[in-house]
Design a protein around this ligand. Sequence first.
Ligand SMILES: [Cu+2]
Length: 316
Amino acid sequence: MRLGAAPLAAAVSLLGFAAMGGCAPPSTPTAGEDPISVASKAHTDSFLTHFDTGKVSTLPDGRTLREFWVEAKHQEIEVAPGVRFPAWTYNGGVPGPTLRATEGDVVRVHFHNSATMPHSMHFHGFHKASMDGVFEQIRPDQDFDYEFVAEPFGLHVYHCHTMPVKMHIARGLYGVFLIDPKTPRPPMREMVMVMNGFDTDLNGEDNEFYTVNGYANYYFKDRPIQLKAGEKVRIYLVNMTEFDLVNSMHTHATFFDVYRTGTRLTPDEFTDTIVMGQGERAILELSYKDPGKYLFHAHVNEFAELGWLGVFEVTP
Ligand SMILES: [Cu+2]
């Protein structure tokens, strides 16, 4: 970001640590409340733990077919209190839905473009060239079915690949594509965190706000994440920040196991800070021994001050 964003920074980094009190219920509309604000906060709230596992059926050859429905549509969202952003979305929110399959499934994504310009879906993972979402651009009001076998297992992403790609991603056209291994990982509470930025002055060069899951400081101010002492949690962490070369996450007072790209079942690293380039992702597993409130945030501290800040509230 640039220095010009400083006044906006002041507007958002308002929150003293006093704001870390308690856990408010998810946003519900009350009389006079702005519906876009309510919807945007509700999206960030539910995004953390919502996985779209699609419609499952069995093909004649015995394989599992997993179908998803995704619509590109342009929609205004709120990214910080009183700050609107003219987003380009998958299914109406930024990030788009977390699509979850199992290694070996046949995945079919029914894509419809309701926007006023061409868009596409480009999935990370193995697939044929015709399913790559690059040369087949989907025009307004057109449909396209992306189909491939889910592999390799790991934590992947999908995003629009229409030129200029940086603009289509900066406006919000991305989401998480998670492929579980055939033998599942050990069960534990799971959450998804997508690190991103918002170029709210639309200058096409930098971000004025940084968030996890679309709303600045949401898990810091509105709804700290509740954990139990000793409880192990799994975080699917993805970096879809545009313009800035790296983003990062740092946890206070604990360390985490890192499974880079989620493609192996043994950890690569045990640390408290992970740095990721654009499009990079990793699975983290962590726990806290003692009750208390613990910050997590970008260790690019400027991003933390512009909205990438959260709290784990650990109870006995
Ligand atoms: Cu696009």
